[in-house]
Design a protein. Structure first.
Length: 201
């Protein structure tokens, strides 16, 4: 059941994002920070409605200065064992986790296809053990790496339960799930991927 639920969420998220990107009359809001990880219906419906209203104000009512879109991946490259990720719809990043941890939600995999938790290197880290994250990110690119993967080939964000988004643009809209696929965009098959932690954990 957990494996089926995980695959369903992943496919729904990918297809929703793809449709919103291709259809000029469609818009999508990301709810990874306020949604229910075990149910596709978010609990905080007022926040979802407000984010949808941003799209209407910008698209239909002429408020061109409103930022309505969550960050979306635009560029990706690997340098020195690190993924360097560029995004549209973001001028400044912030990070927030309820326990002030630096848990990122990113994972990277090498040629063996094993996923390992990764960190965002340019997330500023505080000195206090209780409040590790300062919430500040240096620059507009995200630099992602794992000490367990010296030669990363693939990357994904929020692909393991509970899919809790922690990275936001300057107006507080969260980054949604995505993956960087090997082989020029080729889908990673289930036989190629080995998980370091099972879905639902």
């Amino acid at each position: 059941m957990q494996q089926t639920l995980w695959k369903t969420f992943r496919l729904i998220q990918e297809q929703q994002a793809a449709f919103a990107a291709e259809e000029k009359n469609a818009a999508m809001v990301v709810t990874t920070d306020v949604g229910n990880p075990d149910d596709c219906h978010p609990n905080e419906k007022r926040i979802v409605a407000m984010r949808l209203a941003l799209h209407a104000l910008r698209r239909d009512y002429g408020f061109d200065d409103i930022v309505a879109d969550s960050p979306t991946l635009s560029t990706s490259r690997v340098e020195g064992g690190r993924f360097i990720l560029g995004f549209d719809h973001v001028r400044e990043w912030s990070q927030y986790h309820p326990d002030f941890s630096v848990e990122s939600g990113f994972e990277v995999a090498g040629a063996d296809g094993v996923w390992h938790p990764a960190k965002v290197e340019n997330l500023e880290v505080g000195e206090e053990k209780r409040y590790r994250s300062t919430g500040r990110v240096k620059g507009v690119e995200l630099i992602v790496s794992s000490p367990d993967v010296p030669d990363p080939r693939a990357l994904r964000y929020l692909y393991v339960h509970p899919w809790k988004g922690t990275f936001f643009n300057e107006v507080g809209l969260p980054l949604g799930p995505f993956q960087v696929r090997p082989g020029g965009g080729r889908e990673v098959s289930s036989s190629e991927i080995k998980h370091t932690q099972g879905p639902g954990k």
